[in-house]
Design a protein around this ligand. Structure first.
Ligand SMILES: [Zn+2]
Length: 294
C-alpha cells in the first residue's frame, strides 16, 4: 500500500457541538495509521470527538486523493456487491420492525458508494420509484452516473443542493465522518416530510471493538457517538428517535421530524460511563504491552 506523506499543519479547534464547550479533555493523540488524531471528550456530556483536527479543505483533499490508499477495499466488485447487499438487507430488516420500508416511494442514500445498496433495493423492493445518491468519491460517482435509475445529487451534503424531499434517507456509517454533524442532520431534516424516516448507523462508542489507538480511533472519524449523544445531536437538528438499537459495536436508529425540545439525558452520567469504557479499553492494551515485554 502506498501511503503518501501528509501535511499536518493548520489544525482547527472544534467546540463541542452539543454544549459549546471549548476545552474538552484530551484522551489520546494516537489513532489508526499514525495520522493526526486528537481524540477528546467533552466533560459536560460525554461526546467524544477530534480536536484540534484537520481543516475541511484538508479533509476534502484527503478524501479526494488519499482516502482510497488507506481504505479502498481490495475485494472484487462482486464481493463488494455481496457485502453491500447484506448491509442494506439488515437495514431493511431493522426498518421493517417498525413497519417502515414497504410504503416509501423515494429513497436517498447519503454515502452511497458505488450505488450497490440502491441497486439491491431496486431488485428486492417494488415500492420505490425514486432512487437518489450523495457520494464524495469521483470513482463511485462515475459508477452511479452510469446507472439508468439512480439520480446523482452532489458530492457534498453540506453544499447547496435541492432535490426535493424523500420518504427514506439512509446514512449508514457516514455521520461520524462529518465536520459538523448537527448542521448536516439539519440538512437531512430539510429534505424530509412529516411521514419520512431517516436511518442512521454509526460506530458505537460505548461498545468499541479492536484496539482504540490502532484501530477504532481514526482521523476520518471526526465524531464518536453513544446512544445519548447521537439522540441529542438528532434532537438538536429537529429529529426524534423512533427506535434505537445497539448490536456488534454498531449504534443505529430510525428518526422522524420533530418539533419537541431535545430529550434530557443525564449528561454527567454519560460522561462517566464513557470514560469507564475508554479507560477499560486503553488499560487492556497496556496490560497486553506489559505481558509481551515479560
Ligand atoms: Zn459538550
Amino acid at each position: 500500500m502506498h501511503i503518501p506523506p501528509l501535511e499536518l499543519k493548520n489544525l482547527v479547534d472544534v467546540n463541542c457541538p452539543l454544549c459549546g464547550n471549548c476545552s474538552p479533555k484530551r484522551i489520546t493523540q494516537k489513532g489508526q495509521f499514525s495520522l493526526t488524531c486528537n481524540v477528546s471528550i467533552c466533560e459536560n456530556d460525554g461526546l467524544v470527538y477530534l480536536t484540534p483536527r484537520w481543516s475541511k479543505p484538508k479533509y476534502n483533499q484527503f478524501y479526494r486523493e488519499e482516502y482510497d490508499n488507506y481504505y479502498r477495499s481490495s475485494r472484487s466488485k462482486e464481493d463488494e456487491k455481496k457485502v453491500h447487499s447484506k448491509c442494506i438487507e439488515l437495514i431493511m430488516q431493522r426498518l421493517s420492525s417498525i413497519q417502515v420500508g414497504q410504503a416509501q416511494k423515494s429513497v436517498l442514500d447519503i454515502g452511497a458508494g458505488m450505488g450497490y445498496s440502491l441497486s439491491w433495493l431496486k431488485e428486492n423492493y417494488k415500492n420505490f420509484e425514486v432512487y437518489a445518491a450523495i457520494e464524495p468519491s469521483s470513482e463511485c460517482k462515475k459508477n452511479i452516473e452510469s446507472s439508468d435509475f439512480i439520480q446523482y445529487i452532489t458530492d457534498d451534503l453540506d453544499s447547496n443542493w435541492d432535490a426535493g424531499k424523500f420518504d427514506l434517507i439512509i446514512l449508514r456509517h457516514v455521520l461520524e465522518h462529518f465536520m459538523s454533524p448537527i448542521s448536516s442532520l439539519k440538512k437531512v431534516a430539510q429534505h424530509m416530510k412529516n411521514d419520512s424516516f431517516a436511518y442512521i448507523a454509526v460506530p458505537d462508542m460505548m461498545n468499541p471493538k479492536g484496539e482504540l489507538e490502532n484501530y477504532w480511533f481514526r482521523t476520518v472519524h471526526t465524531f464518536y457517538f453513544s446512544k445519548e449523544t447521537l439522540v441529542k445531536s438528532a434532537n438538536m437538528a429537529g429529529l426524534e428517535a423512533v427506535i434505537i438499537g445497539q448490536e456488534n459495536s454498531e449504534l443505529w436508529g430510525v428518526f422522524k421530524l420533530s418539533n419537541k425540545k431535545p430529550i434530557e439525558f443525564n449528561e454527567k452520567n454519560t460522561y462517566k460511563r464513557q470514560m469507564t469504557v475508554i479507560n477499560k479499553h486503553l488499560n487492556k492494551r497496556k496490560i497486553k504491552d506489559t505481558t509481551s515485554i515479560v
